[in-house]
Ligand binder design. Structure first.
Ligand code: 16G
Ligand code: MG
Length: 549
């Protein structure tokens, strides 16, 4: 069987690549101004179908979103059959297809792919797809659907939903009626699974005061509203920033990325939040979560991905011990260089900790190597993975006391409340609420597990970020040569100083991170390292040291 060239040609002609643009499938898939993405969407439709054929007709996911980016941006990423990110070796195929200049070139690249990857075109192809609430979404989805039509893909439209729900659906569809069944393959199935496990986990605990959720004016607002109905009185939620149809509102001065990078409360929440009340922010596609609270003096306290990891990991370790499984089940942590030094110190005194390069796929894969792998990026993206062997151990273990039995049941319910396919703000939120309820913690006690070192993140616009090469999980530069030594000399002058430089995977900039014992010192170190980067590259004159973004 060969490619349906006539159908592909006819539809490809309708979705021409803009001449001047180069596309790259990066850490978060393709991402750029939405109106430039139509040709990419069409090609991704075909690529997803081919990937499904290559994997014997297993269902592939396609998510149309630009996460925390501003509203004019959009993007697309593929999801592999177990609900994880697209296998890295296919990223370059996606890039090659997206950059084929015209229909002829595109068909050539397609034919080559089919040949070199030995894709059996007679296999079925199945895809499930969804989008977030961005205005550019419907037109882009239409282009994607043309891609499905061109290849004859059996495509299921999951409508407007969050990235993690789409990942859930992919896994649920592919495990349907198998021993690894992940849940019913519907949004209701997802809601039912999470809320049922949550209710069991908090049964008998005093009711929590209401939790404020900043929904970033994105698709998380709809999912959170549905979840709230399923949770009922077990967790009262107050949903704010739910304006999904107001132009320009998405991620604007709100959401998880705003909270993390600005280190302050979204102004839209100020009049709603009372001292001590906990609140959290989702990002635009609801796969990142930031908690925070205001203290009695109205000081803002951020509880980021590192604090979530610390809270959750300690709780799971305690449950494993109480269940009598400490010899069978090893809990480990995965972080990136952005993890606050305070968190790394706290966690590594208690558990094995690994540091990996930025990007979910690196964390996810490293976490799979533990029995229970807890991974979180400081920016709030993360989850907990229970290995198949560990899930079997939990299912078979015979507890010898009532206390062991209770702990074991809690662990089993945790495997259900946690979305193990990918970081999921709503699932992570339930997980946090479970731990807070069990520990009787408010934000204050949680925050005091360890003290964050003051830190600063800045970006430098450089002519060519590809000259920046890193090693040691992005903690050190190997190129440009000599720059790391100068960073080291500078960093040594600051108490508890730590700084690193890495090229962004999603923007045309170089990022600089610095932390130190005192706020002013962290700021100074960041700006001075940024100055070194600027001097090295001659940076963009628009961004002089002291004016970094
Ligand atoms: C993407 C990554 C995120 C990472 C961020 C870093 C996924 C799904 N998302 O958003 O994990 O923290 O990029 O961005 O992998 P940067 O390379 O621009 O700093
Ligand atoms: Mg996101």
């Amino acid at each position: 069987m060969s490619l349906p060239i006539d159908d592909i040609r006819r539809l490809a002609d309708l979705h021409q690549k803009p001449r001047h643009l180069h596309f790259q499938y990066g850490t978060a898939g393709f991402r750029t101004i939405g109106e430039n993405l139509e040709s990419v969407m069409f090609k991704v439709g075909i690529l997803a179908g081919l990937r499904s054929k290559r994997l014997d007709g297993h269902t592939i996911g396609v998510m149309v979103t630009a996460s925390h980016n501003p509203e004019p941006d959009n993007g697309v990423k593929l999801v592999d059959p177990r609900g994880e990110m697209l296998e890295a070796s296919w990223e370059s195929h996606a890039t090659a297809l997206a950059n084929a200049a015209d229909t002829d070139a595109f068909i050539e690249v397609l034919k080559n792919l089919v040949k070199t990857l030995k894709i059996d075109l007679s296999k079925p192809s199945r895809v499930v797809y969804a989008r977030d609430t961005r205005p550019s979404g419907p037109a882009l989805v239409a282009a994607l659907e043309d891609g499905f039509t061109a290849l004859g893909v059996e495509a299921r439209n999951a409508g407007v939903t969050t990235t993690p729900i789409l990942h859930y659906l992919v896994r649920a569809i592919n495990t349907k009626s198998t021993k690894d069944t992940y849940g019913d393959d519907s949004v209701e199935g997802y809601m039912q699974k999470l809320s049922t496990a949550f209710k069991k986990l908090v049964a008998g605990k005093p009711a929590s005061p209401p939790l404020i959720i900043d929904c970033a004016n994105g698709v998380g607002a709809e999912a959170a509203a549905t979840l709230s109905k399923y949770l009922g009185e077990s967790l009262p939620l107050i949903l704010l920033n739910t304006e999904t149809t107001t132009p320009g509102a998405l991620n604007h001065a709100c959401g998880a990325d705003f909270v993390k990078t600005q280190q302050k409360i979204p102004p839209s929440l100020s009049s709603h939040i009372k001292a001590g009340q906990r609140a959290c922010s989702l990002d635009g596609d609801a796969d990142r979560l930031m908690y925070f609270y205001l203290d009695d003096r109205s000081q803002f306290h951020m509880l980021d991905g590192d604090k979530i990891a610390a809270l959750v990991a300690a709780f799971i370790v305690d449950l494993v011990k109480s269940a009598g499984l400490e010899n069978e089940v090893r809990v480990g942590i995965v972080q990136t260089a952005y993890a606050n030094g305070g968190s790394t110190k706290y966690l590594s005194e208690r558990l094995p900790v690994r540091c990996v390069p930025t990007g979910v796929k690196h964390l996810h894969h490293a976490a799979e190597r533990y029995d229970v792998g807890v991974y979180f990026e400081a920016n709030g993206h993360g989850t907990v993975l229970f290995s198949p062997e560990t899930q079997a151990t939990l299912a078979e273990h015979q507890p010898s006391t009532p206390a062991q039995s209770t702990a074991l049941n809690h662990l089993i319910n945790l495997t259900q409340v946690i979305n193990q396919t990918v970081g999921d703000a709503l699932s992570d939120m339930l997980l946090v609420e479970v731990v807070l309820a069990h520990r009787s913690y408010s934000g204050v006690e949680w925050d005091s597990l360890y003290v964050d070192l003051p830190n600063r993140l800045v970006k430098v616009v450089v002519p060519d970020r590809s000259i920046f090469k890193t090693e040691d999980a992005e903690r050190r530069l190997v190129s440009p040569s000599g720059l790391q030594a100068r960073i080291d000399d500078l960093t040594r002058k600051y108490e508890a100083g730590r700084a690193f430089v890495r090229p962004s995977g999603t923007e045309d900039v170089v990022r600089v991170y610095a932390e130190a014992r005192l706020r002013a010192q962290a700021d100074e170190l960041a700006y001075r390292v940024a100055g070194l980067v600027y001097d090295e590259t001659g940076g963009d004159p628009a961004t002089r040291p002291g004016e970094f973004l």
